[in-house]
Each structure stands twice: as structure tokens, then as C-alpha cells.
Design a protein. Sequence first.
Length: 296
Amino acid sequence: MSGPIWKRLLVVAFGAENSRRPSSPWKRPKPESPMPPNGTEGIPTNVSAELMVVPPALSWRAISLPRPLEKTEEPRPNFVALPRRIASAVYESLAASPARDAVDWSMVDLWWGDERFLPAGHPDRNETQARAVLLDQLPLDPTRVHPMPASDGPAGDDPEAAAAAYAAELAAAARPGSEQLPHFDVLLLGVGEEGHVASVFPEMPAAYEHRPVTAVRGCPKPPPMRISLTLPAINTAEEVWLMATGDAKAAAVGMALSGAGPVQVPAAGAHGVDRTLWLLDRAAAGQVPLRFRSLR
């Protein structure tokens, strides 16, 4: 992309600063501007976003690791994993980074943003890829790794039952009281060519869903059945990072940052409580609005 280049150092700490979290994940601060008529309840329309353009040669190594955590520190960090397509580069970079050992991974809770509803161990499942590339190399506490149900799991081959089971698991990990979700410190999302995030696709029922987890049938990309967090659940995360690479993503990124509605472009409806960060290569940033550009 010609013109200004963004140059920033990204330093991310997650796990401890939770004082600004809303008391309930379904009662987010009201935006100053009204919701669009076709918007999704609980999704603010006036949230600012940060943007970083990453040179391709850096892969995703510009993303720093979380700070170390003491074993006595509470609350423990919760991290929502990437979807499959963009995840490989991120996971491989993290696995190869010497800085990964600065993290006490036994203190990390890992959740999934979406999953392909396939049998356990299937090569097309996001979990299978994540374990092979990264998770099996980390000293994680197995009880804190929370994959979404497989089609041959206890919930059977019914994606609605599997989604309900995952929602129940999330609720069980939430703080005592009325909350239905644990505290998500960082939630990573890839952005699709048409602007989907997780398995929330434009104009599909999941884009209108208010429950925290939903089954997805008739997905426009194979496989047709999936399980996904919904936009209201995504928007409870302290920080939401959206990642995209390549010319094919430029139009969707541009629309998401230009005020498109979350039903038409679900990526436009994904916002963190404290921070929304877009990580793009130059090709994906080709249609970013001028107001996001800086000479610094």
C-alpha cells in the first residue's frame, strides 16, 4: 500500500487488570450514538479501534507475549484462540519464540472462538491444528484447556446440543453471580473475505444471535456445521484483536472500519471492552479509511 506506514510497538499484558470489566457480560456500556436498525443488541457503534500494519517478513512476531504471571496472582488469564486459517502463522511464531517461556502457561485458561463440528482429532478441526502446532509444546494445565465439543462427543452429533454444552461450560467458569461467561482477557479473530469473524457470517442467523454460543448450520464455507461464540459474547473480552492478510481481505477490512453494520459485516461488530486492535499486512490495509492513517 502506498502512502503512510504505521510503525508501533505493541506491548500487551493480560490477566490482572480486570477492574473495568462490566458487572455482567450482557450489560455493556451504552453507546452515545444509537444502534443501527439492523444492528445487533449489545454491540456499540462508536468504539474506536487501533490499527497496526505489519510487514509480511515479520509474520506475526510483532505480537508480544503476555507478561509473566505469579502462581498466586488472581484472576487467571483467559485467552480465546484463533480460527484455523490465520492461526498457523501465529502459533508457529509463538512456538518458536524464546519469549514464550516468560509466560506461566499453567495459569492460562484457553477457550475457542469457533470450531468445525467434526469428530475429535479430525485434521480440519481448529483444536487439532492448535494442539499440533503449539499447545502440545506448552506446559498448559489440561483442565484449563477448553475445546469446543466434537461431533462424536458426549453431546452427540447435534450441534445445538453441543453449543448448549459449551455455553454451560463457559457459565461454570464464570464468577459467582449473574455472569454467563468467564473473563476473556484477549480474544483473537481472523477476518474472512466477506467480513466474517469466528463462524458468524454475514446475514446468517448467527449474526442475529444473542445467546453466548450458537450452532451454525449451512455455513457458506465447508464444513457446513460449526459451533461459534456470538458477537455479544465476543464483545465481553477485555481486548479483541482482529487479524487479516492479503488483497482478498481489503474490502471487508475497509467496510468494517468505515461503519458497516455487524449483520452485513460481522467484523464491524467485534469490539473489546478496553481495546480493539486490528493487525493487518499492507495488502489487507489497502482500503483502510484515511482517518486511521498516521505518519508516525
